[in-house]
Design a protein around this ligand. Sequence first.
Ligand code: IFM
Length: 523
Amino acid sequence: MFQKHSSKEKKMRMLKVVFVLIHLLAAAVLANPLSKNDFPPHFLFGASSSAYQVEDAANEDGRKPSIWDTFVHAAGNAKIHRGDKDIGCDQYHKYKEDVKLMVKMGLDAYRFSISWSRLVPDGKGPINPKGLQYYNNLINELISQGIQPHITLHHLDLPQALEDEYGGWLRRRVVKDFTAYADVCFREFGDRVKYWTTVNEGNLFAFGGYESGLLPPQRCSPSSIPNCSRGNSSTEPYLVAHHILLAHASAARLYRKKYQDKQHGFIGLNLLTFGFVPLTKTSDDINATQRAQDFYTGWFLNPLIFGEYPGIMKKNAGSRLPVFTKRESNLVKGSMDFLGINFYYTFLVKNNPDSLRSEDRSFTADMAAELEYLTGNGSSTYEHPITPWILKEILASLKKDYGNFPVYIHENGQQTQRNSSLDDRPRVKYLCKYIGSLLDILRDGVNLRGYFVWSFLDMFEVLNGYESSYGLYFIDLKDPALRRQSKLSSVWYSNFLNNGNIPKVTIMDIEKNASVLSNTVTA
Ligand code: IFM
């Protein structure tokens, strides 16, 4: 009896200690020495999303499918299969609730994309009045609450009608249709929208959609990659990138000629940037690292800044790399007011000269470098490594190699397994480190204008469907109301944005789903 009692007491004491420790830990996690006040007053903080990942309502009010809808509903794409209902966040119906959350959070800006096939269902021709109404409503709601809309026109979601009609981005005709669609957006929304991004991750879309087949429209050489039944990894990525550049430049020219004077906005393009680190200190690996940089970033930035592709791409891809005419080169050169970059991944780079001798010369073979993904140290295999010094290096080399043009970090965030735990400390740590490093980057004189967390909500993820997520808010897909539940990271970010002025919360509060934000903002 005596023995039992004592071990119970011991247990209780242990529990108390654990309880106190968790609270101390929580306080430490949330205590943030950094706040928005440390940044220049005009530096923007926001959060990001994309139409297909956040809107749902895929078949509602006249929207037609995009290549992304087709991709995720194709047989065989099990991990990213969305089922029939395309359920995720339902921002199409819940935008007011979401804007309320953004206000409480203290966001300066919300970055989202327009679904081309919601606004212009066949890709060209008549505008869908309900689509127009939806984007007007969302923009008005944001503006009335003091949140800047930053809009992307294409985020992996070309209207399927254009893919079916002429092969979409593979054909030059897309330039005309994209420009006409951009014209609709500038005309209809440009009185309130000042930041336009033509294409999200142009480089990754061309690579993932046409060389590796990992992204829509899932094309690649069937001989090299089994999940593709059509495509050509030797030529198509180059062709598609060329058309993206021309479409971007054509939309930018239109904006500048017809709208910019009246609307006073800015137009840019977005690229996925990578940390590339030589595997060894040998000059072979160091040169391979530069090649990887030229192939992934120079591919777009050289034409945009200098009017032509990097020399090494011309040399290695030869006649498979399209050539800009003088007129096109002048059109593309100088066609962006800002660059949007996304950053998540770091790779070790190893020289691979043998690939240049392969028969089927894909984009990757032309690069003649092997990339090994640097994994994070976290408990989940989904977590990205935390390497803010690499982001700093990327921005420093953009400045050195291409000039000090305005840059926005459009996406950065931590991936975790998607589950109901609201204690997402790995994400808090990630954000804390990256946001902390921005001050250093600004001190280095980089023309960085803003930072957007990917992502505002847990969304349908590009590569992992519903298995992983980046959101500041969790959404339980089984909950018919799809309530937004604040994670620790949303509290941390709010605290940062509100200069530490929101009441202290603890992990325990969040686990009980009674966080400060849910007290104040859930309906
Ligand atoms: O979810 C994606 C987004 O659509 C494009 N950038 C990378 C994100 C995370 O994978």
